[in-house]
Design a binder for this molecule. Structure first.
Ligand SMILES: Cc1ncc(COP(=O)(O)O)c(C=O)c1O
Length: 415
C-alpha cells in the first residue's frame, strides 16, 4: 500500500515568546508564589494569580474563578465545597479521565455510573433519574471532547431533586454556547490547563462559579482551610480540611498569555474540524461528530463513529491500515477510554479502604461496578469510537486532506 503521508505532523505548541517573556519577569521579581494560609491579602495568592482569575471570569462571563494547580485538585475541592460527605452518592460517567469518576472517593462518597449519549458522548440526561436515591447529592458531568453536556436537562433534574451540579470542563475552555460558555452552567465548572489542553501552563486548573459561598469554600479548601477558618470567622466546618492546591505566579503568568490566544486557537480548531466533517461526510462507514443545538464545540478531540458493518473490517484493522498509510493516530484513537468502572479501583472496590465507604451501605445498595452497566460506553470503547487529534494549528487544510485520503482508502475492501 502506498504511503499517503510521508512527513510527520508538527506538534501542537501554543507557547511562544509572550509566555517566555512573562515568565522571565516573574523570575526576575523573585516572587514565585506569595500565598499565605492565613487571613489577609495573600490568602488568595499573588498578583498574577489574582489577575488570571479576574481575566478568566471576565472572559467566561462568570462571577468567580478560583485557580488550582490542576483540574484534578479543582474537581476534588468542588465536591468538598458542596459539602459532600461519606456515603453520599455522586452521579458520574465512566468514559473520561479517571478523576471524573474517582473525585467522590476522596470524600468517601459513592460514585454511581450513568451511561452517556450515543451521539454527543456526554452524560445521558434520560438515564439520570433512574440512578437517583435519597442519598444522591450531586451530578458530576463531563463536557467531553469539546462540547457542553445537556445542561438544560441536567440542571432541571438537579433542581427537581435538590442536587448540586459540577461540570468537568477540562476540555472546553473558550467554548461559546447559545447562552454563555461551556463549564459555566452548573454550580461549579472546572477547566484544565495541563500540557495537553487547548491552552496550558504546564499544570493548572480553574474552577468557576456564580456562587459567593462556593467560591470562598473553594479558596479555603485550596489553601489549608483548617488553619484559616477561625481567623476568618468562617463557621461551616464540613470538609474544611484543606489541601495545598495553589497555582504559582509563573503558571499564572503563562496562563494569562494563553487566555489572550484562546479565541484564535479555538477558531482555527473549529475551521479544521468543520473541513474534516465536510470532506468525510460522503463515507458511509464513518459518522462525524454532532454538536447539540444549545452548545458550541471546540474539538479538543475529533470523535468519529466507525461502522464496521459497512466495511467488513474490524476497527483495529482499520486503524492499523490508517497508521500504515502514514497517519500516526494516537494510542487512544481506538475506543478512547476503557470504562472506568472496569478499572481495579472500582472492580475491586473492597480493597480501596478495607471495604469503606461501601461498608456503610446496606448490601442491596452497594453499586455493581461491572460490565453491562453502561452499554453505550462499552460499545463505543470496544467497537465504534475512533479519534483523531490532528485538528490544531499550525496544521492546514492540506494536512486534513491527507487524513481524509487515509481514512477513505483504509475503509476500502482489499486495500
Ligand atoms: C475530562 C478530564 N477531566 C479532568 C482532567 C484532569 O486534568 P488535570 O491534568 O489538569 O488534573 C483531564 C485531564 O486530562 C480530563 O481530560
Amino acid at each position: 500500500m502506498d504511503v499517503i503521508r510521508k512527513k510527520p505532523f508538527p506538534l501542537y505548541n501554543p507557547i511562544g515568546k509572550e509566555e517566555a517573556s512573562a515568565v522571565n519577569k516573574v523570575v526576575q521579581s523573585g516572587i514565585l508564589s506569595p500565598y499565605l494560609a492565613k487571613q489577609g491579602d495573600f490568602f488568595r495568592g499573588g498578583k498574577l494569580v489574582r489577575e488570571l482569575e479576574a481575566r478568566w471570569a471576565d472572559f467566561h462571563e462568570i462571577k468567580h474563578s478560583v485557580s488550582f494547580n490542576s483540574a484534578t485538585s479543582g474537581l476534588i475541592a468542588s465536591l468538598g465545597a458542596f459539602g459532600i460527605c461519606p456515603g453520599d452518592r455522586v452521579l458520574v460517567i465512566g468514559y473520561s479521565m479517571c478523576i471524573s469518576a474517582t473525585a467522590p472517593l476522596f470524600y468517601d462518597a459513592i460514585p454511581v455510573f450513568v451511561d452517556i449519549e450515543p451521539d454527543y458522548f456526554c452524560m445521558d440526561p434520560s438515564k439520570i433519574e433512574e440512578k437517583i436515591t435519597p442519598r444522591t447529592r450531586a451530578i458530576l458531568t463531563v463536557d467531553l471532547f469539546g462540547q457542553s453536556s445537556d445542561m438544560i436537562k441536567i440542571n432541571a433534574i438537579a433542581g427537581k431533586y435538590n442536587l448540586k451540579v459540577l461540570s468537568d470542563a477540562a476540555h472546553v475552555p473558550g467554548c461559546r454556547c447559545k447562552s454563555g460558555y461551556a463549564g459555566t452552567f452548573g454550580d461549579i465548572g472546572v477547566y484544565s490547563l495541563n500540557q495537553h489542553k487547548i491552552i496550558h501552563c504546564g499544570e493548572g486548573g480553574i474552577a468557576v462559579t456564580n456562587d459567593d459561598e462556593l467560591a470562598l469554600r473553594l479558596q479555603l479548601i485550596r489553601n489549608h482551610a483548617e488553619a484559616v477558618v477561625a481567623g476568618m470567622g468562617y463557621k461551616n466546618l464540613a470538609n474544611m480540611l484543606g489541601f495545598n492546591s495553589r497555582m504559582g505566579e509563573m503558571e499564572a503568568a503563562i496562563a494569562i498569555e494563553q487566555l489572550k490566544k484562546l479565541p484564535g486557537l479555538v477558531e482555527r480548531r473549529i475551521e479544521l474540524a468543520d473541513y474534516l466533517t465536510e470532506k468525510l461526510s460522503g463515507l458511509e462507514f464513518l459518522s462525524s461528530p454532532n454538536t447539540r443545538n444549545s452548545s458550541g464545540h471546540v474539538y479538543y478531540l475529533y470523535p468519529l463513529i466507525y461502522h464496521e458493518e459497512a466495511t467488513g473490517i474490524s476497527r483495529q484493522h482499520y486503524v492499523e491500515k490508517i497508521r500504515n498509510l502514514g497517519i500516526p493516530l494516537h494510542k487512544f484513537a481506538e475506543g478512547y477510554m476503557k470504562p472506568l468502572y472496569l478499572e481495579p479501583i472500582f472492580s475491586k472496590k473492597e480493597e480501596l479502604k478495607g471495604g469503606y465507604p461501601y461498608s456503610l451501605l446496606p448490601k442491596e445498595s452497594v453499586p455493581r461496578y461491572q460490565r453491562g452497566i453502561c452499554p453505550v460506553q462499552e460499545r463505543l470503547y470496544e467497537k465504534e469510537m475512533l479519534i483523531t487529534a490532528y485538528n490544531y494549528p499550525p496544521l492546514t487544510k492540506e494536512d486534513m486532506d491527507d487524513i481524509v485520503k487515509a481514512f477513505t482508502r483504509a475503509g476500502m475492501r482489499g486495500s
